[in-house]
Write a protein that binds this ligand. Structure first.
Ligand code: ADP
Length: 267
């Protein structure tokens, strides 16, 4: 999945990242479910070892344009994991109390404790995305945040949290289709939010804001992956395999036993 990882220092132009790409998996949509199952199996084992080791944790950050598939990714990738060891935290419009603190305050308390996988459905990146696009704070305020975020993620990484970040990259045409589906299908209509149309009109501004995020905050210790997400099956494979590869590289170890099993007698 290395081809989708943004190397630190890369200047990202999203027009060079094809949302419909499926080139890293030759099996196609037909064989994708088996492959996803295989990846889930390894994630189950990795999660169990992370939990047993209880020394480190994993933070997965998901960002996307509306309809980008954050919810679908969470349910497909995390299905089957032990629910005791994984949780999802969403970040919506900040409350009054949250606005009375710095923008990282509300995130820090939800970072994963040792042994757990935490998933952020949206995150403090909103504070340089929606906040930047809508100028919710002045430029001199948001423009300093990229450095804060890098420093914050460095802190998490130094203290034992492996951070990995996924931008689910859909095309504008695919978004149109997904919005139309939401409107047309009665069981999906609840997901349709007329405000999404206003945001869609700001598509180019959001793309630009994402390009800056991806260019400035992909680091060795907290890399961004730009996930081709027009095809849901492919998006799920890319996210699961990047997560599984990252956790494999953590070289997780179950704790050494402090007793001699030969000498244990169970009456
Ligand atoms: P989702 O769209 O992820 O399913 P919601 O419908 O609850 O979830 O939307 C969350 C909304 O909160 C989004 O419109 C997002 O832009 C907004 N939001 C998140 N963080 C912030 C922030 N820091 N400042 C302003 N708006 C934010």
């Amino acid at each position: 999945m290395d081809r989708y990882r943004v190397k630190p220092g890369t200047v990202v132009r999203l027009k060079d990242w094809e949302p419909g790409d499926t080139s890293a998996y030759s099996g196609g949509k037909e064989q994708a479910p088996q492959e996803l199952d295989r990846l889930r199996q390894s994630l189950v084992t990795l999660q169990e070892t992370l939990w047993a080791e209880k020394r480190r944790s994993v933070l997965v950050i998901l960002q996307a344009m509306d309809t980008g598939g954050k919810d679908g990714t969470i349910s497909h990738v995390l299905t089957g994991l032990n629910p005791q060891g994984v949780y999802v935290q969403g970040f919506g419009v900040p409350s009054t109390e949250e606005l009375e603190h710095d923008y990282l305050w509300r995130a820090h308390e939800h970072t994963p404790q040792r042994g757990k996988i935490g998933v952020f459905n949206r995150s403090y990146y909103e504070d340089v995305l929606v906040v930047r696009v809508h100028e919710l704070v002045p430029k001199d305020v948001w423009s300093r945040r990229y450095d804060h975020i890098n420093a914050f993620e460095r802190l998490l990484s130094d203290e034992g949290t492996t951070v990995l970040k996924f931008f689910l990259n859909i095309s504008k045409a695919e978004q149109k289709q997904r919005l139309e589906e939401r409107l047309a299908q009665t069981d999906k209509r609840w997901k349709f939010n007329p405000d999404d149309l206003a945001e869609r009109r700001l598509w180019d501004k959001y793309q630009e804001a994402y390009e800056v995020v991806l260019s400035r905050t992909s680091t060795e210790y907290a890399p961004w992956y730009i996930v081709p997400s027009d095809h849901k099956w492919y998006r799920n494979l890319v996210v699961s395999s990047a997560l599984a590869n990252t956790m494999q590289r953590m070289d997780l170890q179950v704790p050494k036993i402090t007793f001699d099993p030969q000498k244990v007698r169970i009456d």
